[in-house]
Write a protein of this length. Structure first.
Length: 435
């Protein structure tokens, strides 16, 4: 991923230096297990650890690979340059390249998942804080982009909190599923290596042994992992879209923080654009872009092919780096979001009481009118508000048929805004637990 949308901690996981360090640890721990089993001499296993503080020369490994056309062999050759050819002759004993590649990839994905999980937890904290801050800040709810009935800004934040909390659970499951390793040799039969080696290596790396591998770890695990990240990205976009809507000039119920010296347009000095949430919408597309290739990687030929390899070399770093950046950016947006309660109330009242139409409808049915007649009575007065700018309550009071069922006082009572917020505590308790 380009530096503009990257954060150092996540980028470091995918650096060549980190990859070769993990490869080295896999090989060194495997040698320890082989020595414990008496398969190789203990002194040879100990000799491999002479390289534990070595910074592997990426350029040198690339130089060797240019000849061998094989990345793992190039690394092993470079390792022998540090350990000694004689001492390193038992390295990779009974193993195949995928043992190293797949186990390393899963270590990297686990480490990436830990960062993403921490990112989601930080976002949840921001959403919860803003939810309680605006628990009773009334705004109009919308369906199809059209005014519906009142909600609160706190409920909007709480809704996003609940969605991200589900994503947290998904990512924890995805991390658990991807945390496997395989040191099972060619075609996964353990013919040339004891399963105890796999168990030892996995324990040292914080993984579980893959119950059954071929020459690769099954890619349904990876498909589930990238799918979970795709859902997180969609939730990011869901929040971003709401903020972008709220920042529209005609709405302006909230907006991204506009810092001192910030410029919105090279041509129009007045502009304050929702650039961060627009950016998040785009980044979400990039994360989701990895889901289909990850699904297609599940179907490999027989015990192994490498059709998945080029895909994963791209989507592994790009997707995790992008999602990490997006989550951090969204957390900052939520933390600094500027909310305008007065504008929310002005928008709610724009159509002069129209948002209370359902209360009147229900009251008429309880007074004896059929639902069909109640709907007709309410709608004909509501249309005057839409089309003529009339006041809804005034029109209802002047409608003889409506007044045949309800008094002015009864009609006025149906326009109490507090009616729509009376269950907010119940919803908050469901989302956040007892507070």
């Amino acid at each position: 991923m380009i530096p503009r949308y990257s954060r150092p901690e996540m980028v470091a996981i995918w650096s060549p230096e980190s990859k070769f360090r993990i490869w080295y640890e896999i090989e060194a721990h495997a040698c320890d297990a082989q020595a414990d089993l008496g398969v190789i001499p203990r002194e040879n296993a100990d000799a491999v650890w002479k390289a534990k503080d070595v910074e592997f020369d990426v350029a040198r490994i690339d130089e060797i690979e240019a000849v061998t056309k094989h990345d793992v062999i190039a690394f092993l050759t470079h390792l022998a340059e540090h350990v000694g050819a004689e001492e390193a002759r038992f390295v990779h004993q009974g193993m195949t390249s995928s043992d190293v590649l797949d186990t390393c990839f899963n270590v990297q994905l686990v480490r990436a998942a830990d960062i993403i999980i921490a990112d989601i937890e930080a976002l949840l904290a921001a959403l919860k804080r803003r939810a309680f801050e605006h628990k009773m800040t009334v705004r109009i709810g919308r369906s199809h982009g059209i005014h519906a009935e009142p909600v609160t800004m706190g409920l909007t934040f709480a809704r996003f909190y609940a969605e991200m909390d589900r994503n947290l659970a998904r990512m924890k499951v995805a991390r658990e599923e991807i945390a496997t390793g395989a040191i099972s040799g060619a075609v996964g039969t353990f013919a040339n290596i004891d399963p105890a080696v796999e168990e030892h290596v996995c324990a040292k790396l914080g993984l579980k042994p893959e119950p059954i591998s071929t020459q690769v770890i099954p890619r349904d695990r990876h498909a589930a992992f990238f799918a979970a990240m795709g859902v997180v990205a969609s939730s990011i976009e869901n929040i971003a879209i709401e903020i972008r809507h709220m920042q529209r000039t005609e709405v302006l119920e909230a907006e991204e923080f506009f810092s001192k010296g910030q410029k919105g347009s090279s041509a129009m000095p007045h502009k304050r654009n929702p650039v961060l949430t627009e950016n998040l919408t785009g980044l979400a597309r990039l994360v989701r872009m990895a889901v289909v290739p990850a699904m297609e990687n599940v179907a490999l030929w027989h015990e192994r092919d490498i059709s998945h390899s080029s895909v994963e070399r791209n989507i592994g770093p790009d997707t995790t780096v992008t999602l990490d950046f997006a989550l951090a950016r969204l957390t900052m947006v939520i933390d600094k979001l500027v909310v305008y309660p007065e504008n929310m109330m002005a928008n709610l009242n724009k159509f002069k009481g129209l948002v209370h139409s359902q209360r009147v409808l229900l009251a008429l049915t309880q007074k004896g009118a059929s639902r069909e007649d109640s709907y007709k009575l309410v709608q004909r007065n509501a249309m005057k508000v839409w089309e003529q700018g009339a006041d809804f309550l005034t029109e209802l009071k002047g409608d003889d048929e409506v007044r045949g069922y309800m008094s002015e006082a009864e009609l006025e009572e149906k326009f109490d805004l507090g009616y729509h917020t009376k269950r907010v505590d119940v919803i908050f308790d469901r989302v956040f637990g007892e507070h």
